[in-house]
Ligand binder design. Structure first.
Ligand SMILES: [Zn+2]
Length: 236
């Protein structure tokens, strides 16, 4: 299966061929749908068949392998025929919200000194958990630094790197805010600006930080020993 959202996160629609359709699950030969994972919800959208059915997809999920994505259909939706061509379409407002919040969590990660232990993304808000000792976080100054990075409109780019290239460049690992996974062969690195943030990530991002729009830092919660949860939402 071709994972189109990796190449172009802005692809809202594409033609595809149905390779599997059974019991409310559809597989295609290519996917603009990001599957649930890494704290980011799976995409929603529609499949339009040659016979004019418009079938609702309620969630894209990971299937049996990394390159296998299954589309969960709305209950009682008709199944498209295997081998036929369809047009797929993203619920773009939902996805674009995830792209903006997800990108903003990279900025939050870059603005807080501490290891990330978890996170959650929705279309209008997000949060990250940090392993932090009992220090005070100044909400106003944190909000100001994240918003400054947004207003500076840094480009967000991606690169693929092999395990071997990573081993050959240990300094690269030191500059990453999150340690890369090993053994998968290929790692996708997401870079913001020249040196704002660099980390391995498989999610979808906007192309520059200005697209995020200004944010507000919400509650900062204590979640157990050394675990600090920082919430954020869009300012408007
Ligand atoms: Zn990311």
């Amino acid at each position: 299966m071709e994972l189109l959202f990796y190449k172009d996160a802005y692809l809202k629609s594409c033609r595809a061929t149905v390779t599997y359709a059974q019991e409310g699950i559809v597989r295609l030969d290519k996917s603009i749908f990001y599957p649930t994972g890494g704290g980011q919800p799976g995409d929603r959208g529609w499949i339009e068949t040659e016979t004019g059915d418009r079938i609702e997809i309620i969630e894209a999920r990971k299937g049996e392998s990394h390159e296998d994505i299954i589309l969960i259909l709305k209950e009682d939706a008709p199944l498209p025929a295997v081998g036929t061509n369809v047009i797929t379409e993203l619920d773009w407002d939902y996805r674009y919200g995830h792209m903006r919040i997800h990108s903003c969590l990279h900025l939050l990660c870059a603005s807080v000194v501490g290891d990330v232990t978890g996170g959650q993304i929705s279309a209008s808000k997000g949060r990250l958990d940090f392993n932090l000792p009992d220090t005070q976080i100044d909400k106003e100054s944190l909000e100001a630094s994240v918003n400054r990075l947004i207003e500076e409109d840094h480009p967000i780019t991606q690169d693929w790197i092999s395990d071997q290239e990573l081993d050959a460049n240990p300094s690269l690992v030191r500059t990453m805010s999150v340690a890369p996974p090993r053994g998968s062969g290929k790692i996708r690195l997401v870079k913001i600006g020249a040196s704002v943030d660099l980390q391995p990530c498989g999610g979808t991002h906007v192309k520059s930080t200005g697209e995020i729009g200004l944010i507000k830092i919400g509650k900062i919660e204590n979640k157990g020993k050394q675990n600090r949860r920082i919430n954020l939402t869009f300012a408007d």
